[in-house]
Write a protein that binds this ligand. Sequence first.
Ligand SMILES: [Cu+2]
Length: 115
Amino acid sequence: MKIISIALTLGLAAALAAPVMAGEQSTTVYAKNFAFTPGTITLKVHQRAKLVFVGTQGTHGITIPEIGLNKVIVIGNKPTTVEVTPQRTGNFVARCAVYCGIGHGSMLLKVAVIK
Ligand SMILES: [Cu+2]
């Protein structure tokens, strides 16, 4: 009986220690010449989100200081995962941060942070 009790206790402890994944947002953004897909991502304020950037053509980059992505992330064909927790609501526009050719200036990613 004691063994069962210990097992239950350990099981409960393990469950409590497990990271809370249920509410986590995960969004994959693809980058090619000269667009991000999807063109708009929506995140929830004060909620941790995982962003995965994957390049499917060319090399691109992104920085989104409004949601805490302050350093340029270079987007190549190897996925890059970052975690952010937006601190304020709003509609932001991020631009490609690595020169990629003639369409570079119009390569935008819209970021909506909602309640
Ligand atoms: Cu570019």
